[in-house]
Write a protein that binds this ligand. Structure first.
Ligand code: SAM
Ligand code: SF4
Length: 341
């Protein structure tokens, strides 16, 4: 590598709107042990293994981004903890925490494997995790996830607490499903010291149900909560798109992710990579760049860095989601389990 090349591959990633890319979300697998109704169809066809990046390739890819100024790395999926030998990748990536180039290594999980992995995650320097729990009713939980067992997830959460992991609960707000349970979810999560973030359904990928039936605007949820709770706006930021309030009655933090009714694009500092090495510069746009070909073309990372630079130079200003009764097709055809939420 000559000097110019070296300088380029160490330069921070700045997009055309002068936003510095400091947050990478990586989907390490498209597979999952659940089939949540808003996320997947009952019968999913998963990717052939050869298309999916190996753990070594994922490490090279993440490390390339870390060398370009990514400070926060979130592993997601599918379900990241069902990928075989996933702890090997997490262990490898933790070297960037030790060296100080990475500030945070974290993951989003459905919690089903946490009992098994919580201690090791903590040992690898993972401090915070997001765990998705949409309901505290075991039957509803089974219905939403189509195969999940709430008691297993709750045991996983206990293991996380024992390991010292800080937990944020993610709950997708679903009309007629968990909309009357949100008070309980707030009291439960805050009672255990967890932040809670409510997420609006996003039109990503074909599912079996009609999304307009699931869609519950968070503006409505928030207005409704204000009849019973005092919500104080707070400037708390986690590097993600959630806007937070403090619930005076519980003392806990409550976040809202409202991609449909609100625009959080101006300060977007993130990009996403799928488990096949496709880089999406924006969750809501189709434009993408293939990083697998440059990864596999040579052992060095020059081609990879070139492809990353080229992609970041095309990062769009924002997105344009629509959930529309007349337009049954999703606004973006890929599933959340591809890009990892
Ligand atoms: N399997 C892990 C989990 O469930 O946490 C990680 C991947 S999952 C795709 C990441 C997050 O995206 C979860 O909190 C999930 O509830 C959310 N999600 C999935 N599909 C969604 C959709 N269509 N709209 C909004 N959120 C969605
Ligand atoms: Fe699996 Fe997470 Fe999608 Fe549910 S939301 S099906 S747990 S990837």
């Amino acid at each position: 590598m000559d000097i110019a090349e070296k300088a380029r591959t160490a330069a921070p990633l700045i997009d055309p709107f002068m936003r510095k890319i400091s947050y990478l979300r990586v989907s390490v697998t498209d597979r999952c042990d659940f089939r949540c109704v808003y996320c997947m169809a009952e019968n999913m066809t998963f990717l052939p293994k050869k298309d999916v990046l190996t753990l070594e390739e994922l490490d090279r890819l993440c490390s390339a981004f870390v060398s370009r100024g990514v400070k926060k790395l979130r592993l997601t999926g599918g379900e990241p903890l069902v990928r075989r030998d996933i702890m090997q990748l997490i262990r490898r990536l933790s070297r960037h925490l030790v060296s100080g180039s990475l500030e945070e290594l974290t993951l989003t999980t459905n919690g089903s494997q946490l009992s098994r992995y919580a201690d090791e995650l903590a040992d690898c320097g993972v401090r915070r995790i997001n765990v998705s729990v949409d309901t505290l009713d075991p039957e509803k939980f089974r219905a939403i996830t189509r195969r999940g067992d709430l008691s297993v997830v709750l045991k996983g959460l206990e293991a996380a607490a024992r390991a010292g992991l800080q937990v944020k609960i993610n709950a997708v707000a679903l009309k007629g499903v968990n909309e009357h349970e949100i008070d309980d979810m707030i009291r439960w999560s805050h009672g255990l010291g967890y932040d809670l973030t409510l997420i609006e359904t996003m039109p990503l990928g074909e599912i079996d149900d009609d999304r307009t039936d699931q869609y519950l605007p968070l503006s409505q949820v928030r207005a409704d909560l204000m009849d019973r709770f005092t919500l104080d706006d707070i400037p708390y930021k986690t590097g993600g798109p959630a806007r937070y309030v403090r619930v005076r009655e519980t003392g806990g933090r409550l976040g809202f992710i409202t991609p449909l009714s609100h625009n959080f694009c101006e300060t977007c500092n993130r990009v996403r990579v799928t488990c096949t090495g496709t880089l999406f510069m924006c969750l809501g746009q189709e434009d993408a760049a293939d990083l697998r070909a440059p990864l596999r073309a040579s052992e060095g990372d020059d081609l990879l860095h070139k492809a990353i630079d080229e992609a970041i130079s095309r990062k769009p200003k924002g997105h344009d989601f629509i959930i529309d009764r007349d337009r049954q097709a999703p606004a973006v055809s890929r599933h959340m389990s591809m890009t990892g939420g």
